[in-house]
Design a protein around this ligand. Structure first.
Ligand SMILES: Cc1cc2nc3c(=O)[nH]c(=O)nc-3n(C[C@H](O)[C@H](O)[C@H](O)COP(=O)(O)OP(=O)(O)OC[C@H]3O[C@@H](n4cnc5c(N)ncnc54)[C@H](O)[C@@H]3O)c2cc1C
Length: 433
């Protein structure tokens, strides 16, 4: 097949049309033209997946920024950016039918986060799913009325997921939160500083009246023949078996930093390092949202708003207001991460037969013989399948500790792409050089 390459020159390019990207787009269009890209078929990101255009307008509303439907915004969906070159200010992307070469003056990476999965015996059985993943499938039409579902893992996302499942007629058997009761209670008290969040949490729990919310509880095994039939949960030191049709499980979020890293942006721990204007260590490359820290939707909106306002030369007072709000949500981020820190027991859930790398079918017994990520990868092929270590790499960071177990050498393409896309873009690059 002959892949056609389309060339696009843009002023501000924003990768990711979730809350951060949408807020950045709104603000930047004060005075700039924006190209907003996302690999999903529509805007909204993880939290507003499937929301209507009108709903997105009101969800991202900020008085000090321009309209989301501005003629200055061009949107392209189903576009996956798989490489960037900060020196040339260029991106390379693939669509369902072709390839794109994009030039930008300024770039905002708002690529969000994915769920953290921790392998437990039996987790590869059908109907064991990510909490947010199952929620997305249900929002997309998966029928679950009458199904018994255990929701497990960590963080406030579990409540949001349970609520969606319940509203679609599922029977949520229990919510198993790994954090201890005292940490969850302290977090609840800290929400007094964020009344809107407190009300949201209270409303969610009220609607879930009758659904057990267990703290100090986490899944230790998934049991079934052809598919999941029961989940074994460790609860306050005792094992409890719960019959269910689905397990919706997520232990927090992992930032999608691969594109920023491949472009040479400096990191601060697990996240992309940014300054007060959301600018990274690379000139003209900004980052906003979960990619700089897992702090919830308001933090993403404020960071996107700051990046867009800087680019759109917004009035100083408007920018300062956003920066103050961002500081508040960063404090919320800190208390969230403190309360829902993962307990050490979670690093020992897998047994020797448990598959850790699902792409290449590599078990924990084979991986644990190795002393670091690269060695394990070379000897077992873990992390060498289509997900390129996005799932097993993050899990191993918890199971083995971060030192030596970070996914190394992030190179293009950061996502698997068709060979003909690489060939077409590669040929074009040689012509241009
Ligand atoms: C599975 C999941 C479900 C969630 N559900 C909820 C919920 O119900 N309630 C809640 O309060 N919070 C939820 N969250 C948390 C929520 O995502 C954040 O609070 C907030 O939405 C983050 O906004 P963001 O703009 O930073 O990132 P996101 O909303 O994640 O948006 C990032 C966007 O960038 C796109 N993208 C990433 N890389 C590329 C690339 N290379 N090329 C093109 N596009 C790319 C992604 O597809 C995505 O659309 C969920 C998180 C996850 C991972």
């Amino acid at each position: 097949m002959n892949t056609s390459v389309r060339h696009i020159e843009a002023d501000v390019v924003i990768v990711g049309a979730g809350p951060a990207g949408l807020a950045a787009a709104r603000a930047a269009t004060q005075s700039r033209s924006v190209l907003l890209l996302d690999d999903n078929p529509a805007a909204g990101g993880q939290i507003w997946r499937g929301a209507s255009e009108r709903a997105l307008q009101s969800l991202t509303r900020r008085r000090e920024t321009g309209p989301l439907a501005s003629p200055r915004i061009q949107r392209m969906f189903g576009v996956r950016i798989f490489a960037g070159d900060a020196a040339r200010r260029a991106l390379r992307a693939e669509t369902a039918t072709g390839a794109l070469q994009i030039r930008y003056r300024d770039l905002v990476l708002a690529t969000g986060a994915r769920e953290l999965f921790l392998p437990v015996p039996g987790w590869t059985l059908p109907n064991v799913m990510g909490a947010g993943g199952l929620q997305a499938m249900v929002k997309g039409g998966l029928p679950i009325a009458g199904k018994r579902i255990v929701v497990a893992g960590s963080g406030p996302l579990l409540l949001a997921v349970a609520d969606v499942l319940r509203s679609k007629g599922a029977k949520v058997v229990a919510i198993a939160e790994q954090a201890p009761a005292r940490a969850v209670n302290a977090f609840a008290w800290s929400l007094l500083q964020h009344p809107a969040k407190l009300l949201q949490a209270a409303a969610l729990r009220t609607m879930q009246w009758g659904i057990p919310y267990w703290t100090d509880a986490w899944p230790v095994a998934c049991i079934g023949n052809q598919q999941l039939e029961r989940v074994m949960v460790m609860r306050k030191g005792r094992r409890v078996e719960l019959e269910c049709d689905y397990l919706a499980c997520g232990f927090g979020l992992v930032p999608n930093t691969e594109l920023a890293q491949q472009m040479g942006c400096a990191m601060q721990g697990d996240f992309v390092k940014v300054n007060d204007a959301q600018l990274t260590s690379q000139p003209h490359v900004y980052c906003a949202g979960e990619v700089t820290g897992i702090g919830g939707v308001q933090k993403s909106l404020d960071e996107g708003g700051v990046a867009g306002s800087v680019l759109g030369a917004a009035p100083v007072t408007a920018l300062a207001a956003l920066q103050r709000s961002r500081a508040r949500w960063r404090r919320f981020e800190a208390s969230l991460n403190h309360a829902f820190a993962l307990r050490p027991e979670l690093s020992t859930l897998a047994d020797d037969e448990t598959i850790v790398c699902r792409c290449e079918d590599v078990t924990w017994g084979r991986i644990r013989a190795h002393s670091h990520w690269l060695e394990a990868k070379l000897h077992t092929r873990c992390g060498m399948g289509p997900c390129q270590g996005r799932i097993c790499g993050a899990a191993l960071g918890v199971m083995r500790g971060k030192t030596g177990w970070q996914v190394e050498s992030i190179r293009e393409p950061v996502f698997p792409v068709r060979a003909e896309t690489l060939a077409a873009l590669g040929a074009r690059r040689e012509e241009n050089s």
